[in-house]
Design a protein around this ligand. Structure first.
Ligand code: PGA
Length: 244
């Protein structure tokens, strides 16, 4: 269960969140819990989560280790601050910052090389869905992105299916629509990496996950977890999702 805080919460607000959130999930051992704050709040999050069952992730990275890349942050730097995870290829990165499948592959490799678990996002836009292109888009994103990993590399990643039309819109995919897409993704994994890899990989659903819809989504056989934006910003609502 991962929370993507997007561009919300200063370091002080992050500390406040953990004071309330950590006790609410202290006994939750059925899943891994990850929170992904903005870069400048990562040290506060790592400090606040110390000794708890909550892990911390970044929302992006750049694939070079260091260099003249103004504004960027590398995998080793994120690892050094105490993170375990990093989100890669979120649709907002693809949409507003021009990230391509090729970049997603490079960033995923860089994350793995840095000892971070990448949470790699795929998903179709509304117009792509309405044009009946959902499976084609997922296939393209897979084949041009994480399909390029070696089997050993692939074993280290988590996938998130995030239909763009369901993100921040309050329009959740029905459990059936989400399950269909998850099945397509698992099928792609099976063809490229084999049955064992397809069974083992965790595929999270993201897009307006809330305390009142998480249970039905999680009941689907191919949905293994959730990547939560808006509802991860409040301690009680994210705890309710974790403890569905
Ligand atoms: P949302 O965001 O839960 O606010 O729809 C999900 C995401 O973008 O990861």
């Amino acid at each position: 269960m991962a929370g993507n805080w997007k561009m919300y919460k200063s370091a002080a607000e992050t500390t406040q969140f953990f004071e309330k959130f950590a006790p609410l999930v202290r006994a939750s051992s059925h899943c891994e819990i990850v929170i992904c704050p903005v870069y400048v709040s990562l040290p506060a999050a790592v400090a606040a989560a110390e000794g708890s069952n909550v892990q911390i992730g970044a929302q992006d990275l750049y694939w070079e280790k260091e260099g003249a890349y103004t504004g960027e942050v590398s995998g080793p730097m994120i690892k050094a601050v105490g993170c375990s995870h990093v989100i890669i290829g979120h649709s907002e990165r693809r949409q507003y910052f021009g990230e391509t499948n090729d970049w997603v592959l490079k960033k995923t490799r860089a994350a793995l090389e840095s000892g971070l678990t990448p949470i790699v996002c795929v998903g179709e836009t509304l117009s792509e869905r309405e044009a009946g292109r959902t499976d084609a888009v997922l296939t393209e994103q897979f084949q041009q992105g994480i399909g390029g990993l070696s089997p050993e590399e692939f074993a280290g990643i988590v996938i998130a299916y995030e239909p763009v039309w369901a993100i921040g819109t309050g329009r959740t995919a029905t459990p059936e629509i989400a399950e269909d897409a998850h099945r397509v993704i698992r099928g792609l994994v099976k063809v490229r990496f084999g049955t064992e890899a397809a069974d083992a990989v965790r595929v999270l659903y993201g897009g307006s996950v809330k305390p009142d819809n998480v249970k039905n989504l999680m009941a689907q056989p191919d949905i293994d977890g959730a990547l939560v934006g808006g509802a991860s910003l409040k301690p009680d609502s994210f705890a309710a999702i974790v403890n569905f």
